[in-house]
Design a protein around this ligand. Structure first.
Ligand SMILES: Nc1ncnc2c1ncn2[C@@H]1O[C@H](COP(=O)(O)OP(=O)(O)O)[C@@H](O)[C@H]1O
Ligand SMILES: [Mg+2]
Length: 391
C-alpha cells in the first residue's frame, strides 16, 4: 500500500564533462539539457502524485532523465531539490533499504555464483528472516513467475527471459510497497519482449503494489501504463492516460512519440470562414468538428499558419466530393488487415493506412494517390513552438 508524491523534484549533475569537439571543431552537444551554474539539469521540476497501486510509465528518448528519476525514488541517487513522499512520509533522506522499494534493472543484475533460489532468497536473508518463512516466500514468488522448475539452476543456465523473471522474483519476494522497473525488457528480442509485456500485465493483477516503470518504447508505455509521463530533456511534457495522450497530444513532441507509425505532419493554414474554423491545404478546405471549434474559440485562437497533424490511420482514400490532396506512392506494405502506403506529398514522407476490408484496388507504386481527412481527426500545432493550439 503506497502512494508516491514527487514535488518539484530536480537533479543536477556536476558539469564536469570536457567540451568535446567534433572533427570540424564545433562543440558536440549530447542532449538539450539545461545547464546552470550548478551543473547539468538532468531532471527539472518534476511533479507527480502517484496513487496506491497505480501503474505509472515514464517514457522518453534516451538521456531524458528517466533512470535518474527512478534512482532518486529508490534512494540510489541524491535528490538535488524538491520533496519525495511515500505514503505522505518525507523520504529524501531515508536510506534505500528503509524505503520498502524494490528495483528491477535492464541488466538483471543477478549473482552469477548463486542458484535462482539463493538469488531470490538473498534480500530476505538480509532481513534475517527465518528459513521456513524465506522458503515459503521464494516458492510463492517462483510460482507466480512460473520459474519453480529452475530454482536450483545458476543464472547462466537460463535464457534472457528466464533471467529477467528471476530478477523480478527477487524484487517481489519482499512484497515491496513500490516496484521500480528500469527498461526491464530492453535486452530481450522482439518476440520475448511481447510475451514478457503480457506477463507483466498479469503480474500486476496478482501483486498489490505501486509500479513505476521506465521505458523508451511507446508500445510498452501504451499497453502497460494506467498513466504515462512523457519526458524530454529532463522536463515532463505531458501526463495522462494512454488514450488521452493519443487523442490530445499537448505538443508535436508527444504527438510524434505516441502512436505507431508516427503522426503525419503537413504545412497548412488555420482559417476562419463565417465564424467557423477550418484548415486549408492548397485547394482543400476541411471544416473542424464542433468540439475543436469550441476549444479554439474559447482560446480566441487567431487564423494563422500551422503544422497540421493527422495520424496515418485517419487519412482516407474515400472522396468527400470536394478536392482531394495528392501524393505519389513510393512503396506499400501489405499487412493483411491493412495496407500501409508510403507516399511523397510535396517532398515530404506521409503514411496512409487503409483497411483491406471493403477495399477497392491497390494503388500501384509510382501512381498518384488522392486522399483526404475529416475535421474530427486533425491536430493543430502552433508553427514555431509546436504547441497544440486547442489546449
Ligand atoms: N552520474 C552522472 N553524472 C553526470 N551526468 C549524468 C550521470 N548520470 C546520468 N547523467 C546524465 O543525465 C542525463 C539523464 O540520464 P538518464 O537519467 O540516465 O537518462 P535516461 O534513463 O532517460 O536515458 C543524461 O544526459 C546523462 O548523460
Ligand atoms: Mg535509463
Amino acid at each position: 500500500m503506497a502512494s508516491v508524491t514527487l514535488k518539484n523534484i530536480r537533479k543536477v549533475y556536476p558539469n564536469n564533462e570536457k567540451k568535446k569537439k567534433s572533427k570540424k571543431g564545433e562543440p558536440v552537444k549530447k542532449t538539450n539539457l539545461k545547464v546552470t551554474k550548478e551543473g547539468v539539469l538532468a531532471v527539472d521540476d518534476f511533479n507527480l502524485e502517484i496513487a496506491d497501486k497505480e501503474f505509472i510509465v515514464l517514457v522518453g528518448p534516451s538521456g531524458c532523465g528517466k533512470s535518474t528519476l527512478l534512482r532518486m525514488v529508490a534512494g540510489l541517487e541524491e535528490i538535488s531539490g524538491g520533496d519525495l513522499f511515500i505514503n505522505d512520509v518525507h523520504m529524501n533522506n531515508v536510506a534505500p533499504k528503509d524505503r520498502d522499494i524494490a528495483m528491477v534493472f535492464q541488466s538483471y543484475a543477478l549473482y552469477p555464483h548463486m542458484t535462482v533460489y539463493d538469488n531470490m532468497a538473498f534480500p530476505l536473508k538480509l532481513q534475517k528472516m527465518d528459513k521456513a518463512q524465506i522458503d515459503k516466500l521464494v516458492r510463492e514468488a517462483a510460482e507466480t513467475l512460473d520459474i519453480t522448475q529452475y530454482l536450483e539452476r545458476k543464472p547462466k543456465a537460463l535464457s534472457g527471459g528466464q533471467r529477467q523473471r528471476v530478477a523480478i522474483g527477487r524484487a517481489i519476494v519482499r512484497n515491496p510497497k513500490v516496484l521500480l522497473m528500469d527498461e526491464p525488457l530492453s535486452n530481450l528480442d522482439a518476440k520475448l519482449r511481447n510475451q514478457m509485456r503480457a506477463e507483466i500485465i498479469k503480474l500486476r493483477k496478482r501483486i498489490d503494489t505501486t509500479f513505476i516503470y521506465v521505458t523508451h518504447d511507446q508500445t510498452e508505455a501504451m499497453t502497460l501504463g494506467d498513466r504515462i509521463v512523457i519526458m524530454k530533456d529532463g522536463v515532463v511534457q505531458q501526463v495522462g492516460t494512454p488514450q488521452e495522450l493519443f487523442d490530445h497530444p499537448i505538443n508535436l513532441f508527444v504527438a510524434g512519440f505516441i502512436g505507431m507509425p508516427r503522426m503525419n505532419v503537413f504545412d497548412a493554414e488555420l482559417i476562419k470562414d463565417g465564424g467557423k474554423y477550418a484548415v486549408k491545404m492548397g485547394k482543400v478546405v476541411v471544416d473542424l468538428d464542433e468540439e475543436k471549434q469550441a476549444r479554439l474559440a474559447a482560446k480566441r485562437v487567431e487564423p494563422q499558419s500551422i503544422t497540421l497533424g493527422v495520424r496515418p490511420e485517419h487519412l482516407t482514400l474515400e472522396s468527400t466530393g470536394g478536392p482531394m490532396l495528392h501524393g505519389t506512392v513510393d512503396v506499400y506494405e501489405m499487412m493483411g488487415s491493412e495496407i500501409h502506403y508510403h507516399v511523397t506529398v510535396e517532398g515530404k514522407d506521409v503514411i496512409i493506412i487503409v483497411p483491406t476490408i471493403g477495399m477497392k484496388d491497390v494503388v500501384p507504386m509510382g501512381s498518384d494517390i488522392p486522399f483526404t481527412f475529416g475535421g474530427n481527426v486533425v491536430h493543430i500545432f502552433e508553427k514555431e513552438k509546436g504547441t497544440n493550439l486547442e489546449f
